[in-house]
Design a protein around this ligand. Structure first.
Ligand code: 3HC
Length: 298
């Protein structure tokens, strides 16, 4: 199946990042804002990020304009009616996603591929509300979508082989490096990454090292581009906490249980980079450890 047009539902960081990737590969893309309001902020954010790449000499101005020109930002879900592939990237709430899949079946053609970018929710549960289940799958991109090569293609219970093959070809066409995964909570990367991030928090709680020391060790000693605390802040502590909770609910293994310090930071509204504070305080340059963590949080 040839994917000539892509629809993205949700214009958050991942939605806009995936729209950029598709448009950069020359594919006309519709980006639908899923929550109330206009999509202008999302479009302005994309243009600003592309303008930075032009300034840094990583992209020609003409390419930036072509990418922006290939993305139609809208609030109308019906605009994905003629898309061959839809990727949803809305709030991580299973009931909201199931309702969206039901609506998409009414909007899209029966052979359009319907996919989810969920981090840890069950693709099979979304498939269950659909009539044409063979075309439902997961398509899990990583943040930042334009820079991260991997896409996990999630094979849910009734996903057909032709759907998986079409998604694999699509990923290669947009310059990504796909892996096929069975529908297990957290798939491959989040299933392994989440307990790693939680273990770093537990080392901090035990006093094994401080935030900067643990991050420095994993960058310098294990070759990671970011240490676990910088990465957790980058992903968003609410997202990490929700991933841990979802995997824990499924696996019931202690090492997936979100540690006290993480849940307290989320409760306090310290969600990482997006709120200016998480494990680090981003008001200083370079960021320094969040002073709230100088004393154990209880
Ligand atoms: N848009 C487009 N391109 C971007 C970008 C963005 N937002 N951010 C970075 N890039 C590109 C740069 O242009 C550059 O490309 P080039 O090598 O072709 O010139 C490349 O990425 C490297 O960027 P920089 O040199 O600016 O910065 P760094 O070298 O510091 O890399 C990073 C930044 C790519 C974010 C790197 O630190 C990294 O890989 N960090 C780990 C990120 C990670 O693990 N993400 C996965 C999180 S888990 C997840 O997403 C799953 C979800 O379900 C929660």
């Amino acid at each position: 199946m040839d994917i000539k047009k892509v629809g993205i539902i949700g214009t958050g960081t991942m939605g806009v990042g995936m729209a950029q990737v598709c448009a950069q590969a020359g594919i006309p893309t519709v980006a639908v804002k899923a929550t109330p309001g206009t999509p202008e902020r999302a479009q302005a954010g994309l243009e600003k990020s592309l303008a930075r790449m032009v300034e840094r000499g990583k992209m020609e101005a003409a390419e930036k304009d072509a990418i922006v020109g290939r993305i139609a930002f809208t609030t109308d879900e019906g605009a994905v009616a003629d898309c061959d592939l839809v990727i949803e990237s809305i709030i991580e709430d299973l009931d909201t996603k199931k309702a969206l899949f039901k609506r998409l079946e009414g909007v899209c053609t029966p052979d359009a591929l319907l996919t989810t970018n969920t981090s840890t929710l069950s693709v099979t549960s979304m498939m269950a509300v659909c009539e044409h289940r063979q075309r439902v799958a997961g398509l899990h991109f990583f943040n930042p979508a334009p820079a991260m090569a991997l896409v996990e293609i999630i094979h849910a219970f009734e996903t057909s082989e032709s759907t998986v093959r079409a998604l694999e070809a699509f990923c290669k066409e947009i310059g990504k490096d796909p892996v096929i995964v069975q529908d297990t909570t957290g798939f491959i990367v989040n299933r392994l990454l989440t307990p790693y991030l939680l273990s770093a928090v537990r080392l901090l709680e035990r006093g094994t090292g401080d935030i900067e020391g643990i991050d420095h060790a994993m960058m310098s000693g294990a070759g990671h581009p970011m240490g676990p605390f910088a990465l957790a802040d980058y992903i968003g502590l609410d997202v990490v906490n929700a991933m841990a909770q979802n995997i824990y609910n499924d696996a019931r293994t202690d090492h997936h249980n979100p540690p006290h310090t993480l849940t307290r930071l989320v409760e306090l509204g310290y969600l990482g980079r997006k709120t200016g504070k998480g494990f680090y305080d981003y008001s200083s340059k370079p960021p320094t450890a969040n002073p709230a963590l100088k004393h154990p949080i209880s």
